[in-house]
Design a protein around this ligand. Structure first.
Ligand code: GLC
Length: 730
């Protein structure tokens, strides 16, 4: 008798059964902690290939066709259909959920479905897929990480691998064992609604970030209970369609297709990715789902991909241009190399048609067996036969402080500073700040699509920290941080205005932008109010792609591309206040105007900001360790003198004097701004860090003989105060 473990720990099951038997008065020899295998395929000590051979030999045609069938959880007419039709895989599509939506309910749902699947004669476990594309994003309370475009900006493959592991742990805590991620698409046209799912516009970035596969699966699939099957998607060329049209046509030579879009999949295969999902898009007019050369000859044979190929959601239906699917379409896809079809609804019709194609000889038995070998191999390697149910020890990792800290780190590292005039950033924590914008206090906007629903949505969709909450948490006195979504109430008394603007959530084709790519009217109105106040404006752009902002940029003192940061908005404020200097670099070229699209590195066009662009904060000079001048030391003093002033601002001059005995070749002057912000400066060069200004000499006024003086002037917001600038000579 083989014990079907009720948790992924046979020893625990054996002990529980012993107790149960004892309670019934039945005595039982201490059961072996290992399950007694009735058949070779149930013996984990055997090589996987032998287990597959043994199982395949025992399978009926219904068993085999069922393994090639993936259905949406909510499409089950009755849960018993899962067993009756021998269905091998279930998924939750973008809008598929459970109620109440929490990790425990997801785990209970998974376990219930799995128990049904295990009830079939051969007890083949089902595998459950979901789009955990930036965290376990279907689960309320899960950690939502930056979308891939932000992770591309980090240029940190090791960080992405750690994120893959964290997501796998949260998924394992809900039982779900297959992630339709990472998208290894190379986004070549920012009009594409899935640009944010791409790590970048050049193959080097998605290729580098294929480390996500290793994070998700582990170095060896199934090596530990949190190992989850990863999916390289969407094969091939989804990000290269003409016009950036989602599910469109990628018109490239084979050499271009191979050089731009294939490298990330080559890397994923090298990393042992267990599944590949095909793209809805076409290559030179032929749908990927019908492309035997690309799928079987290139992916499986040339690249040596030994996992299984899954179709995209109802993608088979598109092959003949008519709604619904036919036997002919199924045969085309399966013969092209599709091993599992994401039907996802009418599984009865699908199985009837598939069986018809096989019985008519239009799909060979060898093809069916090959598909089953691929699928079953991954199920065995993943450990599903030994650990088919949720390992509840991981459930507490969902939304854990550790994972949120990792996400916050990723948010910080993904911020790209594109402009910082006059060193307006970093902001002083004691500054009087105005915060505005529709995305300043909106978890939904900062998370984007694929968040608690396929399209995502604005509002408090899940637990997390908004950018505004992060700003207030970091401020010395939160009461000095005023927020109004539309910028109403801003005036010249504020040191700066932070406008958090950009896009509202979308996914896939609903995010395509064939026309204008600028800010929406609400954002433009908010920015106009801030501009009218005369306060320096810092723009934080929350978007899934570059936007057409060249016309507005001159009005902004600073621009920080935040991308779609997810639940840890305090990673943005960490950078705004300089607790972490920005290190992100553009993963995509930033257009000068939408008419430039597509615009990519090396195409000869002049963008607003090039691929790889990213500023940081100047390092603050180390304070003079010995301010007392020695004879002959290079010493200087700086004398501050306030000049004219007006409501909300003032002008001042600082005179630098060489008080040493030798000549100075340069000097720098530093002082605390006390909340004021320098708006203009002459005869020196300014940097600002942690609320302190440092001015270095210009090229023409650095050399000072002993006793000689030089001066610089500036205008500033706020009140002058009586700073006593320090001076350091060189
Ligand atoms: C969607 C997407 C794909 C996703 C699948 C399942 O349409 O194209 O990325 O994995 O369906 O939700």
């Amino acid at each position: 008798m083989s014990l079907t473990p009720s948790v992924r720990r046979p020893a625990v099951v054996a002990a529980l059964c012993a107790v149960a038997l004892a309670l019934t008065g039945l005595t039982a020899a201490a059961p072996s902690p290992e399950r007694v295998a009735a058949h070779p395929y149930q013996d984990p000590s055997l090589p996987v290939a032998d287990r597959v051979d043994d199982l395949l030999a025992r399978m009926t045609q219904a068993d085999k066709l069922g393994q090639m069938t993936q259905i949406e959880k909510d499409a089950l007419a009755a849960q018993s259909d899962l067993a009756a039709y021998r269905i091998g895989s279930v998924l939750s599509g973008g809008d598929s959920t459970v109620s109440p939506n929490n990790a425990q309910t997801w785990a209970d749902t998974y376990d219930s479905l799995q128990r049904t699947a295990l009830g079939t004669p051969l007890g083949i476990p089902m595998i459950y897929g979901i789009d955990a594309v930036h965290g376990h994003n279907a689960v309320r309370g899960a950690t939502i990480f930056p979308h891939n475009i932000g992770l591309g900006a980090t240029r940190d493959p090791a960080l992405v691998q750690r994120i893959g592991r964290a997501v796998a742990e949260e998924m394992a805590g809900t039982g779900i064992d297959w992630d339709f991620a990472p998208c290894l698409c190379v986004a070549r046209n920012d009009r594409w609604g899935r640009t944010y799912e791409s790590f970048g516009e050049k193959p080097e970035l998605p290729t580098a970030m294929a480390t996500f596969v290793t994070g998700m699966q582990g170095a060896t699939l199934g090596a530990d209970p949190a190992s989850v099957l990863a999916t390289a998607k969407h094969y091939l060329g989804d990000g290269g369609t003409t016009g950036g049209v989602d599910q469109g046509n990628t018109e490239l030579s084979e050499a271009e297709l191979r050089s731009i879009h294939l490298p990330p999949f080559q890397e994923a295969v090298k990393r042992g990715v267990g599944s590949v999902m095909l793209s809805y898009s076409s290559w030179n007019g032929v749908r990927s789902h019908a492309h035997k050369y690309l799928v079987t000859d290139v992916l499986k044979r040339e690249l040596g991909f030994s996992g299984f190929v899954v179709s995209d959601w109802a993608a088979v239906d598109q092959l003949d241009g008519q709604t619904g699917f036919t036997g002919a379409e199924i045969a085309t896809a399966v013969n092209a190399g599709v091993d599992m079809v994401m039907v996802p609804h009418d599984y009865r019709k699908f199985l009837t048609l598939l069986r018809g194609e096989v019985d008519a000889g239009r799909i060979s038995a060898a093809r069916i067996d090959d598909a089953n070998r691929r699928i079953l191999t991954k199920k065995f390697e993943l450990g599903l036969f030994e650990r088919p149910l949720t390992d509840r020890s991981y459930t507490s990792t969902v939304g854990s402080a550790e994972h949120r800290a990792l996400a916050r780190q990723a948010v910080r590292a993904s911020q790209v500073l594109l402009k910082n005039e006059g060193g307006v950033l970093p902001l002083a924590k004691n500054a009087k700040l105005f915060v505005a914008g529709k995305s300043a206090d909106d978890i939904g906007n900062q998370s984007g699509g694929w968040t608690l629903g396929w399209q995502g949505r604005s509002g408090p969709v899940t637990e997390g920290t908004t950018v505004l909450q992060g700003i207030r948490a970091a401020a010395t006195d939160p009461s000095r941080v005023t927020y109004d979504r539309y910028g109403n109430g801003v005036d010249g008394s504020y040191a700066a205005a932070v406008a958090v603007v950009g896009e509202t959530p979308y996914a896939e084709m609903r995010g395509d932008r064939p026309g204008a790519m600028g800010l929406d009217q609400e954002d433009l109105g908010t920015l106009a109010r801030l501009k009218a106040s005369g306060v320096p404006v810092v723009v934080v752009l929350v978007s899934g792609r570059p936007l057409d902002i060249a016309a507005q940029l001159p009005d902004w003192k600073a621009l920080l591309a935040a991308w779609l940061p997810g639940t840890e908005g305090n990673g943005v404020s960490d950078v705004l206040f300089g607790d972490h200097a920005p290190t992100g670099r553009l993963p995509v070229t930033w257009m000068r105007s939408a008419s430039q699209q597509p615009v990519n590195d090396g195409d000869g066009k002049t963008p607003l900001f090039p691929y790889g662009h990213g500023l940081t904060y100047e390092e603050r000079p180390a304070p003079d360790p010995d301010p007392t001048p020695e004879p002959g030391d290079k010493a200087c003093t700086a004398q501050f003198k306030a000049g004219s002033s007006w409501s909300g601002g003032y002008q001042a001059e600082v005179t630098v004097k060489n008080t040493g005995t030798g000549p100075l070749t340069g000097w720098s002057v530093g002082w605390d701004l006390g909340g004021s912000t320098i708006t203009n400066l002459w005869n020196g060069s300014l940097t600002v860090a942690q609320g302190r200004a440092t001015v270095r000499n210009s090229s023409f006024n650095g050399t000072l003989a002993p006793g000689a003086t030089a001066s610089f002037g500036f205008t500033a917001n706020g009140t002058a105060g009586t700073p006593a600038p320090g001076c350091a000579g060189t």
